[in-house]
Design a protein around this ligand. Structure first.
Ligand code: ARG
Length: 498
């Protein structure tokens, strides 16, 4: 939760950029201009970047080792205040960068003025955002991996649980509940892969781009990248400060993820309805109506569906913000943060609740079975029977359509027909045709890779688990640097590299 900043004091001549100014900033300008109310979420990443930058400056002879030690100690103390909620944020100091630097100056005096050597807030915020994305994508990735585990666990328990599969929301062919859950496991595995791709491209160092035109100072960009365990450095200073692709790419990946979350939510809403009754949710996951005493509402699945909209909105907002901007940095880009932060928090909350939600489900196998009995779900199997006998599929389809029409007219189910009745409808039906009218048999025969047969789902489970293990390995490497981890945990900073 962001701490409301103190509105007191006014920026202008006294601020970090105040040399050119003699008058104070108007209060309404300060209020609109300031971003500290939300970009304080970047504080620990901002400090990590400053630690790495100061170490490089000292190594390059741009500040003394003593100055660097003072700066690093001061930054660590500020990080502790921020973590403990004791830091006094100030609107007059505009944003997180100047709040931290101002607090450093309050604490250590003149040496603090050397920290910003060779740096602009433009490349600083670009770095902060990339570090923030790397950490958040790692944490979200872990939640997605846990959701996949919950889905594969559920699928394993239900490889033999028959249910109707649907197209057009009409009963179509028998499948299993395990197979249905595995469809979501497949989606979330792709999501995890996408999040990791986004994280890899985010983990690049823009620092050294300056305001837009780099720096004449002998900065060692690779050294800063190594300190922060970033894989690469940006190679164009204009792009380095004006690129928000990592945020856009993350929002795109979050949007696709939320499509999947939303569809699962929708199916749970359907399944928990009295019309379907395939699933019951435990009381802990439902709410009642203030008016209708009988109601038990699936609020959480509905919210999973409903919250997708704000994530899509965030993507749209940032796309529109960025599309017309000339190079390089423009203040419009400050609008990147709130939608991104909200979308990430939303996605994390939704994915985070999935394992418990899936655990709160009681699967009503009896209701699924009843639903299988109606709706001619085995008509395709009858057509397949005829094809096995050498009847061209188109003719077989027609013949079975005729059988179904007969059943509809005489208010019967396929299973109500005996061998003679079938034979009378089409002479290619022999006495063995009745054996086809069995959902378990139908599913067991659909054993191609990717099919619903229990054996095929078992195989898919093995593949999903192997894929998950590989993705977890990628997830474990490439997360936040040791400096960021130490700052977040309040531990001593690791020694400088090199
Ligand atoms: N708060 C700003 C942002 O988020 C930081 C960069 C400001 N740069 C500047 N030249 N005013 O975009």
């Amino acid at each position: 939760m962001a701490t409301p900043p103190d509105a007191g004091g006014s920026a202008g001549a006294s601020s970090a950029w105040g040399g050119r100014f003699s008058g104070a900033t108007a209060d309404i300008v300060q209020a609109m201009n300031a971003s500290v109310g939300f970009d304080q979420a970047l504080a620990l990443e901002d400090i990590a970047g400053s630690v790495a930058h100061s170490r490089m400056l000292a190594a390059q002879g741009l500040m003394s080792a003593a100055e660097q030690a003072e700066i690093e100690g001061g930054l660590a103390a500020i990080a502790a205040e921020i973590r403990g909620g004791r830091f006094a944020w100030s609107v007059a100091r505009e944003d997180v960068h100047m709040n931290v630097e101002g607090a450093l100056a309050d604490r250590i005096g003149r040496a603090a003025g050397k920290l910003h050597t060779g740096r602009s807030r433009n490349d600083q915020v670009a770095l902060d955002l990339r570090l923030w994305l790397r950490r958040e994508l790692t944490e979200l990735g872990e939640a997605v991996a846990a959701a996949v585990s919950a889905l594969t666990g559920g699928a394993e328990a239900h490889t033999g649980t028959l249910m109707p599969g649907y197209t057009h929301l009409q009963r179509a062919q028998p499948i299993t509940f395990g197979h249905h859950l595995m469809a979501y496991a497949a989606m979330f595995l792709r999501d995890l892969d996408r999040l990791l791709d986004a994280r890899r491209r985010a983990a690049v160092l823009p620092l050294g781009s300056g305001a837009l035109a780099g720096s004449p100072l002998p900065l060692d960009r690779h050294r800063v990248a190594a300190e922060l365990e970033l894989d690469a450095i940006t190679w164009n200073s204009l792009d380095g400060v004006s690129d928000r692709d990592p945020a856009l790419e993350t929002l795109s990946a979050l949007s696709i993820l939320m499509v999947h979350v939303s569809r699962l939510g929708e199916e749970l809403v359907l399944w928990t309805s009295q019309e379907f009754g395939f699933v019951e949710l435990s009381d802990a996951f439902c709410t009642g109506s203030s008016l209708m005493p009988q109601k038990k509402n699936p609020d959480i699945p509905e919210l999973l569906r409903g919250k997708a909209g704000r994530v899509f909105g965030a993507l749209q907002a940032l796309l529109v913000t960025m599309k017309g901007l000339p190079l390089a940095y423009n203040k419009d880009m400050q609008e990147d943060k709130e939608p991104l932060f909200d979308a990430m928090a939303t996605a994390r909350a939704c994915v985070g609740i999935l394992p418990d939600l899936l655990g709160a489900m009681t699967v009503r196998e009896d209701r699924m079975k009843t639903a299988l009995a109606d709706g001619f779900l085995l008509a395709t199997d009858l057509a397949d029977y005829l094809t096995d006998k050498g009847v061209p599929f188109r003719e077989a389809h027609h013949a079975v359509g005729h059988v179904v029409a007969h059943c509809v007219a005489t208010r019967r189910r396929l299973e109500d027909l005996d061998a003679d009745a079938l034979h009378a409808l089409d002479e290619n039906f022999g006495p063995d045709a009745l054996a086809v009218l069995d959902a378990a048999r139908s599913v067991a025969r659909r054993s191609l890779p990717g099919g619903p047969a229990p054996a095929a789902v078992e195989a898919a489970l093995g593949q999903a688990r192997a894929a998950l293990a590989a993705l977890r390995e990628r997830l474990g490497a490439g997360g936040p640097s040791a400096i960021e981890r130490a700052l977040a945990a309040g531990e001593a900073l690791p020694a400088a590299r090199g």
